[in-house]
Design a protein around this ligand. Structure first.
Ligand code: GH3
Ligand code: MG
Ligand code: MG
Ligand code: MG
Ligand code: MG
Length: 315
């Protein structure tokens, strides 16, 4: 059907195959009290490659969405016994934000207030029944494309391009949240700076410097426990938030990181590149109660580590 209604070119076929491939990774949920209606919509979605489930009422839909974080699309009928589609949309939105899931309302009613009510309650789009397959295909694709675009933009905005680590902004945002909700008093913030990195660039070249930064990120990543955060703060500066380790244990943890970097050797066209790091750490306390103060103190400790001869942990 899709092939019949569009220009037949090889490019289009390739596009279609890629699209089907992509859709296979996307789960969709159809909510409609009429079995024939939801089976029909589910079959259209399957035809486009989506993984589809369908349920008959709002409560079941909410349970499914809660249980499956991968559902990216919900198609919601308006007239259903119990909870109607608009109320369901409102409650779905409390569970999953617009950057995670698209909601499309459907109804055969000609009530003009329906569309704005759906949209105001968090729906992305609306389809009036009966709709053509082509319209259905276009609306669903457009909404999924938008979700993917949001994901790409979020990634670009929060991740450091060179190392793949969270960037400064993302690290600050996540740490701020983490500190606010962390119940344990044990929060350590560490600033980590590669020693004489300018010299590494000068003697091995900028590209080798980039490799060293990526290797540094890998070590950081390997040392990052699930309850911690790390990020690239800027140039050759990294940062880490350690939660749930007491003062001694967190300094030991950072010392382990320092040693791992010192032990690493990167082969640059037969020449070994080695580097060391200096680390300044601070602990949450009445004196350093928030991220701003913690970073200030960690920076001061880092300065002391540099002044004290580099390749050391202070805190
Ligand atoms: P110190 O021990 O005092 O920290 O000395 P340093 O040379 O490491 O510090 P400085 O701040 O003087 O120099 C940092 C260097 O890091 C300068 C800059 O060119 C380099 N740098 C920053 N970002 C990148 C990057 O993305 N790639 C590469 N290759 N180098 C970078
Ligand atoms: Mg209905
Ligand atoms: Mg440096
Ligand atoms: Mg410097
Ligand atoms: Mg620096």
């Amino acid at each position: 059907y899709v092939l019949k209604s569009t220009p037949d070119s090889l490019d289009y076929l390739v596009w279609l195959v890629q699209r089907l491939e992509r859709n296979r990774r996307i789960s969709a949920l159809v909510v409609d009290d009429s079995l024939s209606a939801r089976s029909y919509i589910a079959s259209l979605l399957s035809l486009q490659g989506y993984r589809v489930s369908h349920v008959a009422d709002g409560q079941s839909a909410l349970r499914m969405i809660e249980a499956d974080p991968d559902i990216r699309l919900a198609i919601v009928d308006q007239e259903m016994p119990g909870m109607d589609g608009i109320e369901l949309t409102r409650r779905l939105r409390q569970l999953r934000a617009r950057d995670r899931m698209a909601v499309i309302g459907v109804s055969g009613s000609t009530d003009a207030s329906l569309i704005p009510r759906f949209l105001k309650n968090g729906a992305n789009d609306f389809l009036r029944k009966p709709f053509s397959r082509e319209e259905f295909f276009c609306r669903v694709s457009q909404n999924i494309d938008q979700l993917e675009l949001i994901g790409t933009l979020q990634d670009l905005a929060t991740r450091d391009f060179l190392t793949g680590l969270p960037n400064r902004r993302s690290f600050l945002e996540q740490s701020e949240k983490h500190i606010a909700r962390s119940s344990s008093g044990d929060v350590t913030v560490a600033m980590i700076d590669i020693d004489h990195f300018k010299h590494i660039n000068d003697s091995f070249g900028h590209e080798a410097g980039d490799r060293a930064l990526r290797a540094m990120a890998d070590i950081l990543h390997a040392h990052n426990r699930p309850e911690d955060y790390c990020g690239r703060f800027g140039g050759e500066e990294f940062c880490m938030l350690i939660d749930g380790l007491d003062a001694q244990a967190s300094l030991r943890h950072l010392e382990g990181l320092r040693q791992a970097v010192e032990a690493m050797e990167i082969d640059i066209d037969g020449r070994p590149l080695r580097m060391t790091i200096s680390i300044g750490a601070s602990r949450r306390s009445p004196q350093f109660p928030n991220l701003h103060k913690l970073l200030g103190e960690a920076d001061r400790q880092l300065y002391l580590a540099k002044a004290g001869g580099r390749n050391q942990v202070r805190g």
